[in-house]
Design a protein around this ligand. Structure first.
Ligand SMILES: [Zn+2]
Length: 329
């Protein structure tokens, strides 16, 4: 067999990584424009497709195509689509049981199609409904090309698949993982992003919520605050801001919650927000979209249009990582 299974090295690496933080890098430097490999080995991934409550088994590369199509506008630059393909593949790999992922889904699937829990995955008929026939005809070849040109490539750190988290729009600076999830990760630090200014989510947008809505939402976090108190001065107060100006912790009627939870409860697009009380309403100004950790998708598109290729884009948003191949060449 010409191609040895590289994932055995990964399994070894994962075990080694559990006991040591100084595992030897096994990533392979790749040429800048690798072509599709003939006879490329298949890797099966089981996807729990929630709308139909069933598990669909498919090749990893096919899965990645549908994730890229679902997670990033097909109008984005080809190099941004390629960066997305690499991180979508990496994310999936970490979840796959063959690589040590823990089965926790119905039918022991590796991943779910639900974007609230894993990456968004949509089947062909849904993408066709979304794009229309002409849109499918125009978009699908672009997606296929981006995945084919990055076939088998994953993002690694010290020889292991990296936590390739991503988001829509950072708004100028990405966020360190420790300031969002309390976990410090070497390659998930805050980096400047000068590339997402054309995102529709870059400039702050206004969200108006009534005191009653906020009171009800806080109830879902186990915080009982009467609507009549919500608009009173000091009842909602930021207690900790991250270095990039995002809300890390916020106090609601004396009880402290993480910015992430507060954002989620109120369905705000990010934790980069300010607010003012106007009568019985609270008016939020929210900038960016997503947790802001890792790759900024609109930033990747802007960076690609500024001339960066997908390897440079990945190196910018995940400093210290390498792109490697699942399979040994
Ligand atoms: Zn950005």
């Amino acid at each position: 067999m010409k191609k040895a299974f590289f994932f055995l090295l990964f399994l070894f690496g994962l075990l080694a990584g559990l006991s040591s933080s100084s595992s030897t890098p096994v990533g392979i430097e790749l040429p800048k424009t690798p072509g599709p490999a003939a006879g490329y080995p298949l890797l099966r991934i089981d996807v729990f497709y929630e709308p139909e409550n069933k598990v669909i088994s498919m090749d990893l590369e096919d899965y990645v195509k549908h994730v890229v199509a679902s997670e990033m506008p097909a109008s984005f630059h080809p190099e941004a689509l390629k960066a997305q393909a690499v991180i979508a593949r990496t994310y999936a790999l970490r979840k796959m049981q063959i690589f040590g992922g823990t089965p926790s889904l119905p039918g022991k699937a590796d991943v779910t199609s639900n974007p609230a829990k894993d990456q968004a995955w949509n089947p062909e008929h849904v993408l066709k409904e979304r794009w229309g026939v002409i849109g499918w005809w125009l978009n699908w070849p672009k997606i296929e090309k981006a995945v084919r040109e990055t076939q088998g490539m994953i993002l690694t750190y010290k020889g292991l698949p990296a936590e390739s988290v991503y988001h829509s729009t950072c708004g100028g600076t990405t966020e360190a993982a420790r300031d969002v999830w309390g976990k410090d990760i070497d390659y998930l630090q805050s980096v400047t992003c000068n590339y997402c200014v054309s995102s529709p989510h870059y400039k702050p947008t206004q969200v108006v919520l009534s005191s009653t809505q906020i009171s009800n939402s806080m109830g879902t976090l186990g915080i009982s605050v009467p609507a009549s108190r919500v608009s009173q001065k000091g009842v909602i107060a930021v207690t900790s801001l991250s270095p990039t100006g995002r809300v890390k912790q916020i106090s609601v009627d004396g009880k402290t919650v993480r910015g992430l939870e507060f954002r989620s409860a109120l369905n705000l697009k990010s934790t980069k927000f300010t607010w003012s009380v106007q009568g019985d309403n609270v008016v939020f100004q929210v900038a960016g979209y997503g947790h802001a950790v890792g790759l900024c998708q609109y930033g990747a598109d802007g960076a690609a249009r500024a001339g960066m290729d997908f390897l440079e884009i990945l190196a910018h948003y995940y400093p210290g990582t390498q792109v490697a191949h699942i399979f040994e060449e």
